[in-house]
Ligand binder design. Sequence first.
Ligand code: NAP
Length: 301
Amino acid sequence: MVDGKTRILGVIGDPIEHTFSPAMHNAGLNALGLNYTYLPFHVREDRLGECIQGAKAMGIKGLNVTIPHKTNVIKHLDDIDQVASMIGAVNTIQFIYDEDNESSNQNNESSVRTKGFNTDGYGCVRAIEEKTSIKDKKVTVTGAGGAARAVAFQIANSGIDELSILNRNVNKAESLASDLKANLERIGIDININSYDLDNLKKELSDSDIFIDTTPIGMYPNVNDKPIASADMLHEDLVVNDIVYTPLETSLLKEAKLANAKIVYGYKMLLYQGIRSFEIWLNQEAPVDVMEKALLDVLGI
Ligand code: NAP
């Protein structure tokens, strides 16, 4: 029930009507009996600054940020977490009120600070860690777009040994790899990072421990797309994660099952990025099972 003490969380984007986040977060908030509600907000690019100022003025506790605002929102924030800063994209904003007394309309702008995080890559790492530790492993990533960037930076900061990035347009793979190397060098992380075109995929997978496909191949309605790798390119010691979450079992994951590889469903990344946001805002453990069930229900899988 919403009352005078209810605090607000939400998600901003343009468009926003297809978001799955309210169902997942409200289920978690209700399960813990927290007097919070999570709402979608349609925010246009030219109103982003006003949105952040308005959220501060209204005592909003946290926002998720989705397409197209993940990069442009950064200039409106006071502080940014190290990995989010390297990625250059934020999907979670924490509003920190000096005098947070649970009464939202007591707050004013001067006593509020904002901090941006990127929990997308964390979501992918935590999903994979349900099946295997990623420490000292060789990881191969296909794709070099926005999702690959978040995943690659988080993975590279998580104790792996080697990372290969392969993309149809090899220039984009090279550019992501060199950006990654430069950023890691600055903070003293030394790992082997390679970039190739997709013709090298079979060879790279042969000695990989973890394979993450970040391309949209096989995503609904193109469920019969030829998968990026067939069973003969995979092996039973490989953990295969397709970050596409509709359908549940993509053509790549079907091939992975044929090869007896371990599989990680794409919705798990979506789940755990939300879990991490929830924990940043509320400073307590999120009810994973409840939020997972709500997410699967809203996804219809
Ligand atoms: P993006 O920025 O557009 O990047 C797409 C990448 O996929 C590019 O590197 C592109 O290669 C490659 N690609 C596209 N079609 C291809 C094809 N037919 N064959 C080979 N490569 C192809 O997209 P994004 O934002 O990274 O998102 C990618 C996918 O991840 C989407 O399906 C999205 O729904 C999913 N996603 C899932 C989660 C989650 O939580 N599970 C989170 C974010 C995104 P080129 O550079 O050669 O064009």
